[in-house]
Design a protein around this ligand. Sequence first.
Ligand code: FE
Ligand code: FE
Length: 172
Amino acid sequence: MKLEELRDLYIEELRDLYSAENQLVKALPKMAKAATNEELAEGFEEHLEQTKGHVNRLKQIFDRLGKKPTGKVCKAMEGLVAEAKEALEEDMTPEVLDAALIASAQRVEHYEMAGYGTVRSFAKLLKEREAMALLQQTLDEEAATDKKLTKLAVSTINIDAAHEDDEEMDDE
Ligand code: FE
Ligand code: FE
């Protein structure tokens, strides 16, 4: 692949991420509001602030490239957000709802991690050092968020969700 073609792909992938991050800026407050576990709600609020930073980093990269960040819709993120919404419409206990929120959020983080890993590698090949550093910072924040969600799920939320199930079974 010629370097210019790779640069075009790089820009398209960055636009995809820009769309994805902006969709998340809208979705995360709703997820925070839906969460019953306080730590989870706070985690979503915190990641909302980080996500706004991700948007800004992408804007910075586009400024340097002299291109506009808009023009693409990330359909995958639309799908992930739609699935999260669907999950929240199911009838479930607050504990299971929190577990469902984590399931949705981790899918989102992994999607973002895949995207940022790719553009960071492209930036390296294209010798865009500054962009590479910015993309790495975001990638690290997405990975840290994913780890936190795992910890919260495994240490508390999944256990609470399962416990709820036990109680129901005891009642029967
Ligand atoms: Fe992000
Ligand atoms: Fe994220």
